[in-house]
Design a protein. Structure first.
Length: 403
């Protein structure tokens, strides 16, 4: 009765079952996986946000497949503040980055076509690929005193059915930004093989500067993101057909507002073809609602106060994690450059799944195991850096006491 594409294994995994039992028993839980910014104690200007949604203009229906011009201008102004010139006509508004992916997948891929995705990375792409009848092939990110793309493996993964390469800039959870030399190689690969570059930049603004650096004094230091310098967006990349997406969920900490966007860039002829096709897809759905579109410029302005709070907390929590790790010689933190997460390497004496269940049942620590993010080996735990500082410190103490 149902489509094969939805034949997922919907049974809860061991960790989910253990969490449900833990919560049902009323036991205290330190959620080191926290990802919802509205539930971890950040302050919002509620009066301004709610007032922005009360616009009488929303009572008139003015459909525009790309989104209302004033809203797209707000997105263009966001990029202009970063030093990037993005034209309003190159922007298409969506309700989420998942919808933006959907538009791109539909424009690029026929059933059975392939896209390359990084590993490690967050586990969204598999479901999106299934829903759109496309296949994913992984290319590895390698860690050696910092993360980098394994280009030989990426090239080897390409087949005649590969339509594009997805990059997450910065990656979640590794915190790796696409470097200029990596972008040059990606552009060359995509141009020669007539593939698109798809960039997810929801965490772009959360660069750590020098605080993520962990340089081995015995090795030559790698180029770092300079403190105070904003990492580059791919929204103006001209070297290959590029689709760049982001939204309010992370930028302004407002996931409930359901506002995101897609920016097309690259060679003019290809960009026009892409936008023409995606505009028809967007016109078919017209999913964006008027109140949020009209409020979008104001909601984007809220990012300044929100991001300052996030980066302050991330800096303090990361410092606390490093302080605690100094007393645990068997555990280390991998270098990160941006985002809200840290990767902790622990002794691989059992599967990450077994370890995560034990941490929950014995210590009340809920943490994501590395295999949730396609780490290729055991011995990795992913911790959120946006938890309230006191809870984060105690959660890390309990977690590290297992080793």
């Amino acid at each position: 009765m149902f489509a094969d594409r939805t034949n997922w294994n919907l049974a809860p995994n061991r960790l989910s079952e253990a969490l449900a039992q833990h919560l049902a028993a009323g036991k205290r839980t330190f959620d080191l996986s926290a990802s919802n910014p509205t539930e971890v104690g950040f302050a919002y200007d509620g009066e301004t946000i709610l007032h922005a949604l009360c616009n009488a203009t929303a009572l008139t229906y003015v459909p525009d497949p790309k989104g209302l011009l004033r809203a797209r201008q707000g997105v263009a102004e966001y990029y202009a503040a970063r030093g990037d010139a993005v034209a309003e006509d190159d922007i298409i508004l969506t309700t989420s980055t998942s919808e933006a992916y959907s538009f791109v997948f539909r424009a690029l891929c026929s059933p059975g076509d392939e896209l390359l995705v990084p590993a490690p990375s967050y586990p969204l792409f598999g479901f999106l690929a299934d829903i759109h009848d496309i296949r994913l092939k992984h290319y590895p990110l390698l860690y050696d005193h910092g993360w980098q793309i394994d280009f030989p493996a990426l090239v080897q993964a390409i087949t005649p059915r590969t339509r594009g390469v997805i990059v997450v800039n910065p990656n979640n959870p590794t915190g790796h930004y696409v470097k200029p030399q990596e972008l040059t190689q990606l552009n060359e690969i995509c141009t020669v093989r007539e593939m698109a570059l798809i960039a997810d930049e929801v965490f772009l603004d959360f660069a750590h500067g020098d605080i993520g650096a962990r340089i081995d004094p015995l090795k030559a230091p790698r180029p770092r993101i300079e403190n105070g310098k904003k990492p580059a967006s791919l929204a103006t990349n001209a070297g290959a057909l590029t689709f760049t997406m982001s939204g309010l969920s992370k930028i302004s900490g407002l996931p409930q507002m359901k506002a995101a966007w897609l920016v097309a860039s690259g060679p003019a002829a290809l960009k026009k073809q892409a936008l023409d096709r995606i505009e028809v897809i967007a016109d078919t759905y017209l999913s964006m609602n008027a109140p949020v579109q009209l409020a979008l410029p104001t909601l984007l302005e809220q990012r300044h106060g929100f991001q300052k709070q996030v980066l302050t907390r991330v800096r303090r929590n990361l410092g606390e994690l490093d302080r605690q790790l100094m007393t645990r010689k068997t555990c280390t933190r991998l270098e990160i450059e941006g985002g809200w997460y840290a990767v902790v390497r622990v002794p691989a004496t059992r599967s990450d799944d077994d370890l995560a269940v034990d941490l929950l049942t014995k210590k009340g620590i809920y943490v994501h195991p590395g295999h949730f993010y396609d780490f290729s080996a055991d011995g990795y735990l992913i911790v959120s850096l946006i938890m309230p500082e006191r809870d984060f410190a105690e959660g890390c103490r309990q977690m590290l006491s297992m080793f």
